[in-house]
Design a protein around this ligand. Structure first.
Ligand code: NAD
Length: 462
């Protein structure tokens, strides 16, 4: 009998990861379930709720064959041999650990749901990023439920990066699977290994104990974010000294002990993961009596906050100390290119800072909807705040955003905003003079922009 997989959570991880499994394992039936009806409905159209290059093509190829979406969570839990839990694990905003700990209410709800409806033995896979030892909580809920079925809990954290998710899933640097080191645990690990082995070389599938696997995901995100905060910290010093952060990054990146990746200075990292996972890691460190380790990792988030506010302060200072009533164009709102995800996007902080300074904003992003932008900025459907002041317009082109603007800030590194792809002469012609440009992603040629007439600034650039 062919294997059945059910994935709980049809988000940025559940959708793409399951699409890849369905594509590579034609004999496995994969169903993604979610309580969010609108999301499930959208997965059944060609206007998918998640934008990732290459995703739609795979969904179109597999949907209705061995790949399905449903809101009938119970039915598909019951039918599955393997259940992936891929629900959100946001920062807890209330009670003990507020602002730091991961909120595990969705994970717990899944465990209780499985305990309630499962009839036969199941392998349960933690795909969500969770604090170390969460598997223990899931095991306790299942064991305490009185359900006689046997459950094996595995940890299989996801390392995909949004924007390149389909490539990352196609050829992952590694697949990590943690499980109990018992006969049953090892058998469950082998079952999951055999799913990935349909397309991932066995040498790239690493197996560990449960806790190492859970902690590896938090550690990986902390290391990646720490590199960004390190180069961003240096960008401030570059600006003070006349060094060029891209030159510094290149020089250090050629050292094989350091390597060239994740050394791009910017307005700051965003996304749903880095901040919440580091805060969670720091919370865990405090919980286990390691305040120095907690403080070390927390500083990575502090530098990121500093960098975002430093960028908006720089705009205000450069525009002669005030942006009140001035029009500022923001190019890009997604937290990075090639995604429509805006969670924790640096653009949100910069926009909020500028709104606070009473600037008038025009925002353009090629993939983020007006509704999403207004929602992220706590504005109503017309872009107005609670006092009825309408401060933000969302427009459909970069040119329109820059019309009569005093300044323009690039906040997402979309290729379309690069100097060789956008007509900056045309944009300059439409702006108030002097026209200021703030490249928060270091994707433009500042010399070229200056030759056009812009007063152009980058991050950590002379
Ligand atoms: N986004 C990323 O790039 C990324 C990468 C690696 C790991 N992760 C981790 O993966 C997890 C999921 O992230 P995401 O970005 O896909 O989140 P998401 O918010 O996009 O999707 C989660 C989905 O789970 C659904 N859900 C919540 N509780 C449910 C329940 N009880 N039953 C059914 N559905 C339920 C929600 O409705 C939502 O659609 C998180 O733990 C995240 O940290 C994310």
């Amino acid at each position: 009998m062919s294997l059945k997989i059910c994935c709980i959570g049809a988000g940025y991880v559940g959708g793409p990861t399951m699409a890849k499994i369905a594509e590579k394992c034609a004999d496995i039936t994969v169903t993604v379930v979610d309580i969010n009806e609108a999301r499930i409905a959208a997965w059944q159209t060609d206007d998918l709720p998640v934008f990732e290059p290459g995703l739609l093509e795979i969904v179109q190829k597999t949907r209705g064959k061995n790949f399905f979406f449903s809101t009938d969570v119970d039915k598909h839990i019951e039918a599955a041999d393997i259940i992936f839990i891929s629900v959100n694990t946001p920062t807890k905003m209330y009670g003990v650990g507020a602002g730091r700990a991961a909120d595990l209410k969705y994970i717990e709800a899944c465990a209780r749901n499985i305990a309630r409806v499962a009839k036969g033995d199941k392998i349960i896979v933690e795909k969500s990023t969770i604090p170390v030892r969460t598997a223990e909580t899931i095991q306790k809920i299942l064991a305490g439920s009185g359900n006689p079925a046997k459950f094996q809990v595995l940890s299989n954290p996801e390392f995909l990066a949004e924007g390149t998710a389909m490539e990352d899933l196609d050829a992952p640097d590694r697949v990590l699977i943690g499980g109990e080191q018992t006969l049953e645990g090892l058998a469950a690990i082998e079952t999951l290994v055999s799913v990935y082995a349909n397309w991932v070389p066995r040498d790239n599938i690493i197996t560990t104990n449960l806790w190492s696997s859970e902690l590896s995901k938090l550690t990986a995100n902390a290391f990646l974010a720490q590199r960004i905060s390190s180069i961003n910290a240096m960008s401030a010093l570059c600006e003070a000294t006349g060094a060029d952060v891209d030159e510094v990054a290149r020089a250090i990146g050629l050292d094989s002990r350091i390597g060239p990746k994740f050394l791009k200075a910017s307005v700051g990292f965003g996304g749903s993961c880095f901040q919440k996972d580091i805060l969670n890691l720091a919370y865990l460190c405090s919980h286990f009596g390691l305040p120095e380790v907690a403080a070390y990792w927390e500083s990575v988030v502090k530098i990121n906050d500093y960098q975002k506010h430093r960028f908006s302060q720089n705009i205000v200072q450069t525009l002669f100390g005030t942006v009140t009533g001035k029009r500022i164009a923001l190019l890009g709102f997604a937290f990075k290119k090639d995604t429509n995800d805006t969670r924790e996007s640096a653009a949100i902080t910069v926009a909020q800072d500028l709104i606070e300074e009473r600037a008038r904003l025009r925002i353009y992003d090629p993939k983020v909807s007006k509704t999403q932008i207004f929602k992220d900025l706590d504005l109503d459907a017309s872009g107005c705040n609670a006092d009825g002041v309408c401060v933000v317009e969302v427009v459909t082109s970069a040119e329109e955003a820059c019309e009569s603007a005093h300044g323009v800030a690039i906040l997402t590194e979309w290729d379309a905003f690069k100097t060789d792809q956008m007509d900056y002469k045309k944009i300059f012609a439409r702006m108030e003079k002097p026209a200021f440009l703030f490249d928060g992603r270091n994707i433009t040629d500042l010399e070229q922009l200056r030759a056009i007439g812009f007063e152009a600034k980058g991050i950590g650039k002379p």
